[in-house]
Write a protein that binds this ligand. Structure first.
Ligand SMILES: [Mg+2]
Length: 379
C-alpha cells in the first residue's frame, strides 16, 4: 500500500455571538482537516489544532508531499522521518500540528485497513464509554458576568454533567466573583476546574489559587505561560498543600516538551492535544512518560469532530495512572460553545447520554467523514 494523495480542508463557521477567553476574542470557529488516500482507495482523516490556515500550509506545502509513495501503515517510521525533516526549524508549533493531523489520518487509515479501531492498535480499549466534563463559561462582553455564568452552570447540571471547567484570567477580583457565583450555583462538591489560559505570572497565579482553594477547585489549568516552567513548578509547590492540582500541556509538543514538564514537576495533570502534540504516535509516548513519572494524562480537546473522535480513541486506550481495583473516571473534555464543525460534521456523533460518551468501535477513528457535507464549511 502506498500513499497516493494528501488533501487539506480549512473549515470555517462564523459565530452568532463572539466570545472571549483570557487571551483574545473569537468571532469564528475554524479547523484544518487532513485526508490521506492510499493507492488501494483507503482513506484516513486527521485534524490539526491551532491556526487552521498555517497548519494547512504546513501539510499542503511541506509535510504532505513527503508522504506520497510511502507505506501509510508505517506510522512510526513516517512520524520520525517527518519530524526529523522539520526539527531544525519546527520542534514546536505549526510544523508539529501539521504532523499531528497527518499522524492521526495515518492511524485512521491503518485501523480501517486492518479492520480495527485505533484504540485497539494503541494497546486496547479499557472501556466502552467515557465521562465528559463541560468546558464553557466564556466571556461575552470582556468580563464574566457572574449571573450569566451561574445560569450556564445550572444548564450543564440539567444536562447531566458532573464535571465543569470555567474560564478565569480576568484579574483576581472578577475571577473570584465569577468562580464564587458558579460555585454557589452548583454546590461545594461538584468537580469544578478553572482555566487561566496562562494569563498570570506565578505570583498572581498563586494568589488566585489560594483563594480558589477555598472554593474547592478541581484543578487550576494553565496558570502561567507555557514557557515559564519554573513558574509552573513554583505554583504547583505552593498550591499543592492547599489541594489545588495544576494542569497544563495544551501548548506543549512532543515527548521532548512533555519531558520538561514532567522532570521539573510542573503539573499534576498533563493535557496534550492530539492535534498539536504530534498525534497518536506522540500521544502514546507522552502517556508512557506520564506513567513513568506518575502524572495523569487527560487530553485537551478543542475543535472539530475528527479531533474529538481521535481523543475518544486515545482516552479509551490510556492505562490508569496508577492502576487500582476501582477504575478511575476517564474524563473527556467536551467544549459546549457554538461549533457546528464539532456537532454537525459527522451525523450522530458523538453518541452521548447525559455526560457519558460512547467510544466508537468501528475501524479507525470509528467515524465517516462525508466530503460533500464538509464542503458547506469550506472557506
Ligand atoms: Mg485550557
Amino acid at each position: 500500500m502506498k500513499v497516493s494523495q494528501v488533501d487539506v480542508y480549512v473549515l470555517r463557521h462564523a459565530l452568532s455571538e463572539p466570545f472571549a477567553f483570557a487571551q483574545w476574542w473569537n468571532s469564528e470557529r475554524t479547523c484544518c482537516l487532513v485526508c490521506v488516500t492510499a493507492d488501494d482507495g483507503s482513506v484516513g482523516w486527521g485534524e490539526c489544532f491551532g491556526s487552521a490556515e498555517v497548519n494547512a500550509a504546513v501539510v499542503r506545502d511541506f509535510l504532505g508531499p513527503r508522504l506520497i509513495g510511502r507505506d501509510p501503515l508505517n506510522t512510526g517510521v513516517l512520524w520520525e522521518e517527518l519530524y526529523n525533516r522539520s526539527r531544525d526549524f519546527g520542534q514546536k508549533g505549526a510544523f508539529v500540528a501539521g504532523l499531528s493531523g497527518l499522524d492521526i489520518a495515518l492511524w485512521d487509515l491503518k485501523g480501517r485497513a486492518l479492520g480495527l479501531p485505533v484504540a485497539t492498535l494503541l494497546g486496547g480499549a479499557w472501556c466502552d464509554e467515557v465521562e465528559a466534563y463541560a468546558t464553557g463559561f466564556f466571556f461575552t462582553r470582556g468580563e464574566g458576568q457572574a449571573g450569566r455564568l451561574a445560569d450556564e452552570a445550572r444548564r450543564y447540571l440539567d444536562q447531566g454533567f458532573r464535571g465543569l471547567k470555567m474560564k478565569v484570567g480576568l484579574g483576581l477580583e472578577r475571577d473570584l466573583e465569577n468562580l464564587r457565583a458558579v460555585r454557589r450555583a452548583v454546590g461545594h462538591e461538584l468537580p469544578l476546574a478553572i482555566d487561566a489560559n496562562h494569563a498570570y505570572n506565578a505570583r498572581e497565579a498563586i494568589e488566585l489559587g489560594l483563594h480558589a482553594a477555598a472554593e474547592n477547585v478541581w484543578w487550576f489549568e494553565e496558570p502561567v505561560p507555557p514557557e515559564d516552567l519554573e513558574g509552573y513548578a513554583e505554583v504547583r509547590r505552593v498550591l499543592g498543600p492547599h489541594g489545588v492540582p495544576i494542569a497544563g500541556g495544551e501548548a506543549e509538543f512532543t515527548r521532548y516538551g512533555f519531558r520538561e514538564l514532567f522532570v521539573r514537576r510542573c503539573v499534576d495533570l498533563a493535557q496534550p492535544d492530539l492535534g498539536a502534540c504530534g498525534g497518536f504516535t506522540a500521544g502514546l509516548e507522552i502517556a508512557a512518560l506520564g506513567r513513568t513519572f506518575g502524572i495523569e494524562v487527560r487530553p485537551h480537546v478543542w475543535g472539530a469532530a475528527v479531533g474529538l473522535a481521535a481523543a475518544l480513541q486515545f482516552l479509551a486506550a490510556l492505562p490508569p495512572i496508577p492502576g487500582a481495583l476501582t477504575p478511575r473516571t476517564r474524563w473527556l473534555e467536551l467544549d459546549r460553545t457554538e461549533n457546528p464543525l464539532r456537532d454537525q460534521l459527522i451525523p450522530d456523533f458523538p453518541q452521548r447520554e447525559g455526560p457519558m460518551v460512547a467510544v466508537p468501535t468501528a475501524p479507525g477513528l470509528g467515524i465517516d467523514v462525508d466530503v460533500e457535507r464538509l464542503r458547506r464549511w469550506v472557506a
